[in-house]
Design a binder for this molecule. Structure first.
Ligand code: NAD
Ligand code: UGA
Length: 339
């Protein structure tokens, strides 16, 4: 198949491109405004085009026309951005994505849309999140953190409605905290806001700076190795039963609190470097760390029965997920800038 991947230069995109090059089965065109994370990722079945899809709309439309399947990864994906610039989040994560949906409708192309586990919203009980039955529970409008999940939810609902109308073939993916090489970016000691949790804890380990425990660190997340995530993508892409369905991609066996994660990362760091971390743990209010309008949430593990019915199963445990991501940033040229 010919795939066009919008957002190919990001964390998930660069890893997905690498995976598809290794497989060598499909032809891939990747589009992004940046190619930094794609450095050294090359193959005969991959071509990169540097473009802003918001500006180069004709090009984006043509690329959709020339493809068999459209993969949409474009979004702001860091909670600090949801709090700082909520309108920008709606503009990119909803309106720009709607344009991609429109190109798919016009040219009758299958759309694989990356949504988020965050659409499930607040935890309401112990039952695992299920794509076809769980409620989606958002916080108040005054907590603008929810603008991300709301934008993604409305996008999902538009896509689903087109599926009902019979004018779109789609698959919706709800990722649960993927982690791996090239995840986000490192930050100087003591930084608040900015990237997602792995990058904060990794930066603290490297600099010896404080580890911030937002609201005390009781919140749970399930983390997913990027390799398992890529395998899940392929299962959905290549399987007829992946069409017109929503899939959680997550590893239910990796559920951990943020305090537990910080301690686990300290242990792995010590094993890999022989240096004993002595970071100070600082409890901090969510709105002080991210800004006014942030609200945190606990999460339960995903139900992945739908994905497993396609023959997929997670293969990497929590230790492997974080060991490989830590190893990536231990390379001196990848962390020199923050020391
Ligand atoms: P990312 O920020 O690393 O990747 C997004 C990419 O989109 C970036 O490379 C960015 O440059 C590109 N982009 C933004 N605006 C663009 C434009 N106008 N034109 C061209 N390219 C543009 O994020 P990610 O972690 O790789 O996430 C990818 C998708 O998966 C997002 O939709 C995100 O919401 C979703 N998601 C990711 C996770 C995760 O665990 N990483 C979890 C849930 C959902
Ligand atoms: C993220 C983003 O919204 C999206 O990328 C994505 O849709 C979603 O995860 C997902 O993977 O499903 P979240 O898990 O809240 O949401 O993002 P992180 O920034 O990684 O935060 C995880 C937890 O760590 C939060 O409870 C946060 O408050 C906490 N945290 C973060 C700390 O305790 N300390 C820090 O230094 C940073």
């Amino acid at each position: 198949m010919k795939l066009v991947i919008f957002g190919a230069g990001g964390f998930i995109g660069s890893n997905l491109v690498e995976h598809l090059i290794e497989q060598g089965v499909h032809e891939v065109v990747g589009v992004d405004i940046t190619s930094e994370k794609l450095k050294g990722i090359e193959g005969p079945n991959f071509k990169f085009i540097e473009a802003n899809i918001g500006i180069e709309t004709d090009l984006a439309d043509e690329l959709v026309e020339a493809s068999d399947v459209v993969v949409d990864l474009i979004a702001y994906a860091n909670p600090s951005i949801y709090v700082e610039t909520p309108l920008e989040v709606v503009r990119l994560n909803f309106f720009e994505n709607i344009k991609i949906l429109d190109y798919c409708l016009r040219h009758k192309k299958r759309l694989i849309q990356y949504s988020t586990s965050e659409v499930y919203g607040k935890r309401t009980g112990d039952e695992r999140y299920s794509e076809n039955s769980s409620d989606l529970v958002m916080g108040p409008v005054q907590k603008q953190r929810w603008v991300y999940a709301s934008s993604k939810q409305l996008l999902e609902r538009m896509i689903y409605a087109h599926g009902l109308e019979g004018d779109l073939e789609y698959s919706i993916i709800r990722p649960f905290n993927f982690v791996g090489p090239r995840f986000d970016y490192l930050v100087p000691s003591g930084t608040k806001g900015g990237p997602r949790v792995f990058s904060h804890f990794m930066s603290a380990l490297l600099t010896g700076g404080p580890i911030y425990m937002v609201d005390g660190g009781p919140q749970h997340r399930c983390f997913t190795h990027i390799h398992d995530a890529n395998e899940a993508f392929t299962a959905i892409l290549e399987n007829e039963s992946g069409i017109n369905e929503i899939f959680n991609i997550g590893n239910p066996d990796t559920n951990i609190s943020m305090r537990g994660l910080a301690e686990l990362m300290q242990e792995i760091y010590e094993e890999l470097t022989g240096k004993k971390p002595n970071n100070k743990f600082i409890d901090i209010d969510g709105e002080e760390f991210y800004g006014k309008g942030y609200e945190d949430m606990d999460r339960v593990p995903p139900n992945v029965d739908k994905l497993m019915a396609l023959g997929w199963k997670p293969t990497r445990d929590l230790d492997t997920i974080f060991r490989e991501a830590i190893e990536f940033y231990l390379e001196p040229e990848r962390h020199a800038a923050i020391l």
